[in-house]
Ligand binder design. Structure first.
Ligand code: GDP
Length: 453
């Protein structure tokens, strides 16, 4: 189709340059990252298209394309079929390199947003994990005609496991059920019962129609019985995460050691938590060696202070042993170092987990060998009465979520995932196929290493 070939927007290539331009244009606005989750056909593409369209984030050429595509193949009369915006991009993606998570940007008067759009097909767990690992909030889409499904519960549980604290339950396609209040409230209450054990900071249920625009940006005249926020209103109200990470003790995993000459040895990385200044005492882990920060530099020059989320290069006052994968941390409040853990694991491979076998465990920039024990239990994500139910399990199959004991061949510096995503989240890689087979969260240490504390 000539039209398709003529399209000049390249979602994946756009991202790198556009993210900078986009962030710069809205420099003074707070940034919220969120993920949308739903089963196929719940209306995710339509909703994202609507958000982009209503916020004018869509480029003009895409818009005119959209109008003509809608006229040709739109299934719902003359109105713009917003799903074409997103699905068109997905089709392109499938033909080329597979990118499972697309990040899209839009801004309102008060905030800017990055939405991780994860396809709902059968590899959704993997995609959702990728998208959710950096998200602060999740929009869980439910088709009002179908209510809370197994997938809804699974997505909610994964969101909880990945540390997302703010949930928006978007009950979509309200126009197809005559904007019925009772149906909305039944769905809202059923979800609340399921999620009661998951420690979300807030759950906001909103009746919407992504297709018609009800309760997306402005309050819907068709649902005067609803008194809560609109979807965009709630996205603007979710507390931003930044301050929490900055208030924590300093931690930076060393991504590489930069040694341009004999006099300069810099340790580069992304600050996972906290803040750092020249002169601050630090400890290198797992060795435990102590020194102080001599300087902080970035591409833009030296800094007097750097905070969580910034990529920096540190120099240290002493010639201590510090290599890729080590963690530099506040000296008087360092992370723990251990080699035996309890972990929660989400299995993402078609081949089941093999207890007793060694996998590569990658935590930040550190790579060690981990041996997994048989699960203590598998989580019964589908139990509609609540999320706490446990099942006996000898292994984990594709999409299984379990809790188990894990040993590493060397001690690693870590923090419980609940405290630090950067030092508590890991992936497992199969040593033969090199495939990422699981993602996990360290819950706590079962045996600490002797050498540091
Ligand atoms: P996705 O698979 O979750 O991305 O779903 P789509 O956005 O592709 O939507 C699936 C179908 O539902 C399409 O035919 C949409 O036009 C339709 N749809 C999505 N949202 C709504 C809505 O709020 N109301 C109505 N009536 N149809 C909707």
């Amino acid at each position: 189709m000539a039209d398709a070939e003529d399209r000049t927007y390249r979602p994946d290539a756009l991202i790198a340059q556009d993210i900078e331009a986009y962030l710069a244009r809205h420099r003074d606005k707070g940034l919220l990252r969120f993920i949308t989750c739903g089963s196929v056909d719940d209306g995710k593409s339509t909703l994202i298209g609507r958000l982009l369209y209503d916020s004018r984030a869509v480029f003009e050429d895409q818009l005119s394309q959209l109008h003509s595509d809608s006229a040709k193949v739109g299934t719902q009369g003359q109105e713009i079929d917003f799903a074409l915006l997103v699905d068109g991009l997905s089709a392109e993606r499938e033909q080329g390199i597979t990118i499972d998570v697309a990040y899209r940007f839009f801004a309102t008067e008060t905030r800017k947003f990055i939405v991780a759009d994860t396809p709902g097909h059968e590899q959704y767990t993997r995609n959702m994990v990728t998208g959710a690992s950096t998200a602060d909030a999740a929009v869980l889409l439910v088709d009002a005609r179908k209510g809370v499904l197994v997938q809804t519960r699974r997505h909610a549980f994964l969101a909880h496991l990945l540390g997302i604290r703010h949930i928006i339950l978007a009950v979509n396609k309200m126009d197809l059920i005559d904007y019925d209040q009772a149906t909305f409230e039944t769905i809202r209450d059923e979800f609340a019962q399921y999620a009661a054990d998951l420690d979300f900071a807030d759950i906001t249920a909103i009746p919407i129609s992504g297709f018609k625009g009800d309760n997306i940006v402005t309050a819907s005249p068709a649902m005067e019985w609803y008194e809560g926020p609109t979807l965009v209103g709630q996205l603007e109200a979710v507390p931003l995460p930044g301050e929490r990470a900055q208030a924590r003790p300093f931690r930076m995993a060393v991504q590489w050691v930069n040694r341009p000459n004999q006099d300069f040895r810099g340790f580069a990385g992304l600050i996972g938590d906290g803040a750092i200044r020249p002169g601050d005492p630090v400890r290198i882990l797992p060795s435990g060696a102590q020194t102080t920060v001599k300087s902080i530099s970035t591409f833009d020059g030296p800094l007097d202070e750097a905070v969580a989320g910034q990529s920096i290069t540190l120099t240290l006052s002493d010639e201590v042993d510090c290599s890729r994968g080590d963690v530099i941390a506040t000296a008087d409040d360092p992370p723990q170092v251990a080699d035996q853990f309890e972990a929660s694991l989400v299995w993402m491979d078609t081949a089941a987990m093999k207890p007793g076998r060694g996998y590569w465990l990658k935590l930040g920039s550190r790579m060690v060998t981990a041996t997994l024990q048989a699960p203590k239990y598998e989580i019964d994500v589908n139990n509609p009465l609540g999320s706490g139910a446990h099942l006996a399990a000898k292994t984990l199959e594709l999409n299984g979520i379990g809790v188990l004991e894990l040993h590493t061949d060397r001690p690693i510096a870590f923090e419980p995932y609940a405290d630090s995503k950067a030092l508590g989240g890991f992936i497992l890689i199969d040593k033969e196929s090199n495939a990422t087979v699981a993602c996990g969260m360290l819950n706590f240490a079962l045996r600490r290493a002797q050498n540091v504390h």
